[in-house]
Every structure is written in C-alpha cells, then in structure tokens.
Design a protein around this ligand. Sequence first.
Ligand SMILES: *[C@@H]1O[C@H](CO)[C@@H](O)[C@H](O)[C@H]1NC(C)=O
Length: 501
Amino acid sequence: QRITVRLTSCKLMVLQMFCYVSAALWCNCTTSLCQKSGFQCETDGACRASTFFSNGKQQHSRGCIPQENLEPPGKPIYCLGVEGYLYTQCCYTDYCNSIDLRVPTEIGGGYGPGGTWRLVELVAVIAGPLFLLCLLLLVGAFIYHYHRRGYNHRQRLEVEDPSCDHLYLAKDRSLEDLLCNLSTSGSGSGLPLFVQRTVARTIVLQEIIGKGRFGEVWRGRWRGGDVAVKIFSSREERSWFREAEIYQTIMLRHENILGFIAADNKDNGTWTQLWLVSDYHEYGSLFDYLNRYSVTTEETIKLALSAANGLAHLHMEILGTQGKPGIAHRDLKSKNILVKKNCTCAIADLGLAVRHDSATDTIDIAPNQRVGTNRYMAPEVLDETINTRHFESFKCADIYALGLVYWEIARRCNSGGIHQEYQLPYYDLVPSDPSIEEMRKVACDQKLRPNIPNWWQNYEALRIMGKIMRECWYANGAARLTALRIKKTLSQLSIQEDIKI
Ligand SMILES: *[C@@H]1O[C@H](CO)[C@@H](O)[C@H](O)[C@H]1NC(C)=O
C-alpha cells in the first residue's frame, strides 16, 4: 500500500525529508494514456517537462517519471534528456511541469553558434576590464612621466644594452681611450647615453672645487683619472638639461672647448641628482689662474689664440650631415674659461648658449634678452637694443666679452719685467657685483671701456692685443671683429714671435 501524503500537508520540518521521498506527486501529463485521468498523472518520482520539434514547430510534452527510473540518484538520465526530446527538465512539486519550456540557446555547450558566442562573451568579460586597466595604467604613467620631465624625455629614452656597455667599458679602457676616438670618428656628439650613465655612476667624488648659481663642482675619480663633476640642484633641471644638450651638439668636440664626458640623472626617490661630467683641468678657471700667476708673452698669445680658436669653433656653422650649427655662448668670461696644462684655454659653461638653425634662420630657444654676467654684457645687451631674432648679434656680443677677457690676460703679461695686478674689467668704474643699470651707465651712456695703457705700444704682442680689444669693444656689434679674424691675427703674431702652439 502506497502512503499518499501530499507534500503541501507536510508542515513539520523534521518530517520534510521523509515526506519528500514518500510523497505522491501530481504532474500534468500530455500522453494519450493520461486522457482518462484528465491529463494528469500521479508519481513517486518526478514531473517531467520536455520540448520537441514536430513539423518545424516546438511542441511540449509532459509526464511523470517513476522513482525507479530516477537513476542515477542526483543526476537522473531521464531528466537530462529523453531520446526524441530536444530538452527535458524534471521538477518535484505538484503540477510544476505546467510551464512551457523554452529551448535554451546554450544547448550543445561549446558547439554551434551559441557556444561560440559564449566564448567571445567570456573573452570579452575577462579581457575587456584587463585591457581597460592596462590602458589606464599606461595613460597614468605617461601623464606622470610627461609632467615630471616632459621636456627632456629624449634624454631618458635610452636602452641599456649590456653587451655594448661591455664593449665600451672593458676593464682596460681608460677615459682617454673612450673619448679619443670620439673626436676623430665623425660622431663627435659624445658617448652613447648608456655608457655616460655607467661612467657617471662609477665616479668617486673627491673634493668640492667650486660653487655657482646652479650648484657645485667636484673633482671626481674614474679609473685612475680625474674628472670634473658639475652637480646641479634639482631646481636647476632645466639648466642641466640645456647644458648637456648643447655639449652633445654634433661635432662640438674641440681642443679649446671643455670636453664633455657624461650627463646623468640619478633619482634616489626624494630628489634627482643631476650630474654633468667633463674633463678636469687642475689649473681651474682663467680667472683663478690670472689671479695666481702672471704670464709670459708666449703664454699670453697661447691663451688668447686658443680662446679665439675655441670661440671660432663654437660660432662656426659646419654644413653637411656631420655638420654643426653655429653656437653663441652668451656668458663668456674668465671664470667660464678653463686653463689646460699646456697653457691653452677650454671654453666651458655652455648652459646659456643658443644654437642657430640656418635652414629656418631661427634660434633653438626663445632667448631671454638679458642673460649672462652683467659685467661682461655688451652695450646692446645692457640697453636691450640687441636684435634677438638675429643670430649674428649674439656672436657679436660674445666678441665684446672676449675682448674683456683679453684685457684681463694682457694686464698679467710680463713684458720687460713689468706686469699689472689682476683686475676684473671695469674694476675702476663700477662696484663689485654691478647692477645692469650701473653697467649701462658706464658702457652705454659714457661709452667707457677698460683702459689700454700707452706703454703696451712698446711691446708687439701687447700692441696687437690692445688693437684687437678696441676692435672687440665697438658700440656697434656688427663692426666688431669675428672670432675667425682674431684667430688669424693671433696666429700670425704667434708665428712672428716664434711660438709653437
Ligand atoms: C496542469 O494541470 C493543472 C491541474 O489540472 C491545470 O490547471 C493546468 O492548466 C495544467 N496545465 C497545462 C499546461 O496543461
């Protein structure tokens, strides 16, 4: 005897399990056998709802599945799909199979068009957000990078290639080796960036040798040789970048221009250390040198000629693919010229220099009207009448300053046992650290220039130096000598005086 307890009447939770198993279940039924019982059937198993296609139309079939057919338990085969039916579902409450089943689109799992769509969807769901995240990160990184160092990104886009590094920095290679074929091989713009970085990071700083508005200058050691390291404060990143950029102008290397070795920016987390590594010259600046020593006639000519030589190279435009643009220094003074061992000059501190683009006849940066050192500013710079759109005018201003440097040298020249004490130009006309206004009054309004003593006329070298100075100091910039002209004049003088350069 079958106990027929209606599932709905089972109120006690404890009995639910028992009720469930033993309950008779009423289901809708569509088979002809159920016609008598009013299209319903009673079962101890499950209600079944199925769909099938007949004549291209979806038909519904309902019925009962006896308990004994619900095998295996938990996943009865009958409920998964009876042969001939498209889709089957089992349920366990009265008339629960009254529903009209819809053929789900996913039939067939990974096969058919539905399956493919699911795969695409899956990929989109996973890859979409990932891609977006990456994009966001990239954009974020780019913006961060651009904001911090946008203008000098070129400097940092370097690829460290250890194999090349090794080639350049083999243990037995000294700095001279590294640099010597730079000036002879056409490249001329400096060491590859990764070598610069490696060199800079293996320098051991020794002692501070100078201080300036940009930061400090140190003597450092690298592989047994001395180097000069100019360390910029982080605020001066622009100056650092500009100077490194100028030094790496193609074909700039010249014996009378300070030899550039490396630029490096070390980010230690809190601040950026900006290094500019160059040749080290133990005599220091021409200013220091002249303060300490008087010079012979020969040394005077050598210093003057080499300075003109360096400036002429700086100013000169070399055409061609391995060419060099014309460069104006804009801060020429005895403190920015170094003295080499053989008593020749090396022009340094190119941080304020401007380059000429002859193709478009423009200057590579928007030049401030008045930069440099007040004392050495040409009259047209002081009164702001200089034509800043015209590159030649910056060269003429350099020549004026070169004339003042010559005056400083010539005063220290030992001729016939006499030499004068060291003085800065205009020492007798303006106070120390003169303002632009004070300089303008003297150089523009009163048209005064440093004094050229009459006795210089008695010595050929000093006579010619004096003549050159006057021609460097014309109020009209265009009337001044060119560096090349000065170089030729002094070359003749050196031959005349039998000086070996
Ligand atoms: C299922 O059976 C119930 C009870 O007899 C009835 O009311 C309902 O209309 C039936 N459903 C279908 C789809 O035949």
